[in-house]
Write a protein that binds this ligand. Structure first.
Ligand code: NAP
Length: 257
């Protein structure tokens, strides 16, 4: 049995992960942590614990893995707490600054724990990234734009998935200039355009558009439900407890589980 602690337990993703764990035979929720709903029952004999006491909660519940779906500043604290307790981690939170991410890397490295960090745990998006990389290699002269769409409550923009896509395109095409939206006079240069739409209850769409003379290709992923992310995060949790120390990608999880 793998003992799981969850930060952001009352959020959209946290609630789905708990729902999936209800029927799991190999994962057991031992701690549910949030800043809201403290004291509310969650699953079995687990009640929501106060996020301000994350260190004590981890010490007492002794999970094998912490899954974090919160906000960047909170995730940073939670990762530090897990690292201090020697607990493996799965991080789904997006929107880290470069500085925050480098603190996370140092924390995980110096604690010698294993972590899976991914802005998108769905199987489909991980295939989408491979297709984008393949297309970029053959269409290096085409203009490239990323369009992402999410629900109106999403806090960060562009999405973590879009930013990972930027990195893949940057590496494959050798383009350094990123243009976030356009307004006014703006001649197109050798750049990657990135556009974020926030509307209604869209779960998450990502399109990479390659356009050249007389044609265009669009590679598109649409999430219909957050359950694809929850299933992937739990797959990562099962994998990370046996993984060597260091930061691992969802690609590694999917390749070997
Ligand atoms: P959400 O519904 O806002 O849930 C986040 C939860 O974390 C909320 O209940 C929030 O409370 C709580 N929280 C805030 N600070 C906390 C702290 N210090 N400790 C514990 N909990 C805290 O957001 P969501 O849609 O679940 O998404 C969460 C994160 O996951 C976002 O960064 C999102 O972009 C990312 N995400 C990743 C994937 C993936 O596959 N990697 C998929 C979907 C979403 P309040 O509401 O009071 O702030």
């Amino acid at each position: 049995m793998i003992d799981v602690a969850l930060t952001g337990a009352k959020g959209r993703m946290g609630s789905l992960i708990i729902d999936e764990m209800r029927s799991s035979r190999d994962l057991k929720l031992v701690a549910a942590i949030d800043i809201v709903g403290v004291g509310e029952p969650v699953l079995g004999d687990v009640f929501v614990s106060d996020a301000r006491e994350v260190r004590r909660v981890l010490r007492e519940s002794q999970p094998d893995v912490l899954i974090d779906f919160t906000v960047p500043s909170a995730a940073l604290d939670n990762i530090r707490a897990a690292a201090d307790s020697g607990v493996a981690i799965v991080v789904g939170t997006t929107g880290f600054s470069e500085e925050q991410f480098s603190i996370i890397e140092d924390t995980i490295k110096s604690a010698g724990i294993a972590a899976v960090i991914s802005p998108n745990f769905s199987l489909g998006v991980n295939i989408f990234w491979k297709l984008v990389e393949m297309a970029a290699r053959s269409l290096s002269d085409y203009d490239v734009e990323i369009i992402e769409m999410h629900h109106r409550r999403k806090k960060d923009a562009p999405s973590g998935t879009a930013m990972r896509t930027v990195e893949i395109l940057r590496r494959s095409l050798g383009i350094e200039d990123i243009r976030y939206g356009r307004e006014g006079m703006c001649e197109r240069g050798r750049e990657i355009g990135v556009h974020a739409v926030r509307a209604g209850d869209i779960v998450g769409d990502h399109i990479v558009l390659f356009a050249g003379p007389g044609e265009r290709i669009e590679i598109k992923h649409q999430a219909h439900s957050r359950s694809a992310f929850a299933t992937g995060a739990l797959r990562a949790a099962r994998w990370v407890v046996k993984a060597p120390p260091g930061i691992h990608s969802m690609e590694e999880v999917l390749a070997s589980s």
